[in-house]
Write a protein that binds this ligand. Sequence first.
Ligand SMILES: C[S@@+](CC[C@H](N)C(=O)[O-])C[C@H]1O[C@@H](n2cnc3c(N)ncnc32)[C@H](O)[C@@H]1O
Length: 267
Amino acid sequence: MSGTLESHYGSDGIVDRILAALDEAGTDASSLTPDSFAGADEFHIGGRKGSEIVADLLNIEEGRKIIDLGCGIGGPARFLARTKGVHVTGIDLTPEFVEAAAALTQLVGMSDKVDFHVGSATSIPFDDDSFDAATMIHVGMNIADKALMMSELARVTRPGGTVLIYDVMRVGSGTLTYPMPWSSTPEFSFLDTQEIYEQAAASAGLNLVSVHNHGEMAKMFFNTPPVNPPTVNLGHLMGSDMPIMFANAKEAINAGIMSPIILTFEA
Ligand SMILES: C[S@@+](CC[C@H](N)C(=O)[O-])C[C@H]1O[C@@H](n2cnc3c(N)ncnc32)[C@H](O)[C@@H]1O
């Protein structure tokens, strides 16, 4: 795999693969719910557990507007819309993910609560102060320029709003083995420390509110596979290399090289 970051993530037929797996498991198409896609649509450490932790930490009132940068195929966006009663706009660089996000959302009747657009977290296609909160889940590892990323997050979030970043960050020395879930090669991989995120955020005028290192949850996630694996999984999203990516990420977590950390800021 080479070329672009989008070619690491994107492929044709994502929705077809997910629906075929559900069909094979006997799920009736008329009974699909947002939970039917869990396993494939929450592409971050902890899966649903990770989404729940984010929702719990997100300080937002019902009816408000969130932007989710690097939304993938929309699992976190649909989850936040349902659990927090907010409208979520998802932005992602990978066109095939945005297309799948919209199609899955339509299948479960949530298109009035969540919308999706192709775009970059370093050049967000919205005006200043457009959103009450911004979330970014497992995306910063693909972004070299953390200062630009933070200034864009700060720009589109209204003063007093929340910026929440749930990323994998470097917590120790050591070399990563590729492919990793976020990049097939080192070319598109920018694993940075919490300090780099915090410095970039401070320069963008964001005030740090909380830090949560979910290293123990990550160890559970990687070392204790679920007794009843979900019908659809990240293999349906990312293809046959997913087990190797998972194994490489597990090795780096267990070796203390990286950890999933949530930083929240006030804009
Ligand atoms: C590991 S996935 C996480 C997806 C989603 N946040 C989730 O938790 O399910 C990383 C996502 O970030 C997107 N991405 C990477 N760099 C980006 C950028 N500069 N702007 C927007 N999206 C980006 C990728 O296309 C991919 O969908």
